[in-house]
Design a protein around this ligand. Sequence first.
Ligand code: AOF
Ligand code: ZN
Length: 340
Amino acid sequence: MPAPDLDERPMARAVELAARGLGTTSPNPVVGSVLVAPDGTVVGEGWHERAGGPHAEVNALAAAGDRARGATAYVTLEPCNHTGRTGPCAQALLRAGVARVVYAVPDPGAVEGGGADTLRAAGVEVLAGVLAPQAERVNEAWLVSARSGRPHVLWKFAATLDGRSAAADGTSRWISSAASREEVHDLRRRVDAVVAGSGTVLADDPHLTARAADGTPSGRQPLRVVLDRRGRVPAGARVLDDAAPTLVSRAGTPAELLAELRGRGVVSVLLEGGPTLAGAFLAAGLVDRVVAYVAPTLLGAGTAALAGTGVTTITDAIGLDVDDVSVVGGDVRVSGRPRR
Ligand code: AOF
Ligand code: ZN
């Protein structure tokens, strides 16, 4: 049996391939696959490119052809065992004569039991859990949604070093750097829906579209969602233009809004503002990831980035398990998952 670190390199490549599907596979997962011959040669690579299209394993098998026989298949998600829009990958791997299957994360969405049991029963050596944290991270939105039955929620905000999202006079444009703002447009391209409260729409009149540097809408557009319980959003608001579809929701609670979005097939949500809406989601335990862009500027007065969490004493502070701290265009980007 190969040493575990020998399995990590092809799995790392499979995770890289999976990431290529981010933004185009919803409501399906992102999945990557690599086929390696017994002599260590990579004989096929594939990833899931779009919902309804061939699964990662099938693409990798097609690339390998006859060379798949006797190979090890690396897959970031347990191979499927069901006939959905495409045939079961477990069977395709068996037909191709794959000798060993290494996968990272079990499939929580498996309809009729995962493919691992089927493969083992057919005499294939199966190993699970290789680079599970990395595979989990790239597919976080889909996995969290499949396990929880509601969309994954990413709260993104920009603030000054002293934690403010707007100055005392209400101005808030360009707190974060151009590079950070560009990243936010990439985030929007990758999610199914972008959510803002009516207060943010009234204060900032945002487009909530994914745009190129020149300001024109570019790439896949998420559903724009405005939580507007009191019907305050005016007809001329930019968020209602025809650049992308918009849902004005009257949902009474974050949970209700997420259920409504789930009903529309939404797997991933980007929560963009404002402070009170974010506070309500956090208080309800409905934020799965926080991404903060902290600019090296100070205000000393103005709107706090977050409000309404209900936290009044330090022992109740919402801790984050931070898995990334980077510098983006001079801002510090901190990303982590709220501890429950
Ligand atoms: C994918 N891509 O590469 C793998 C998936 O609707 P279907 O028939 O494409 O099936 C989707 C399910 O198949 C998905 O929820 C997951 O359980 C399993 N694996 N799905 O879209 C892939 N390997
Ligand atoms: Zn499959």
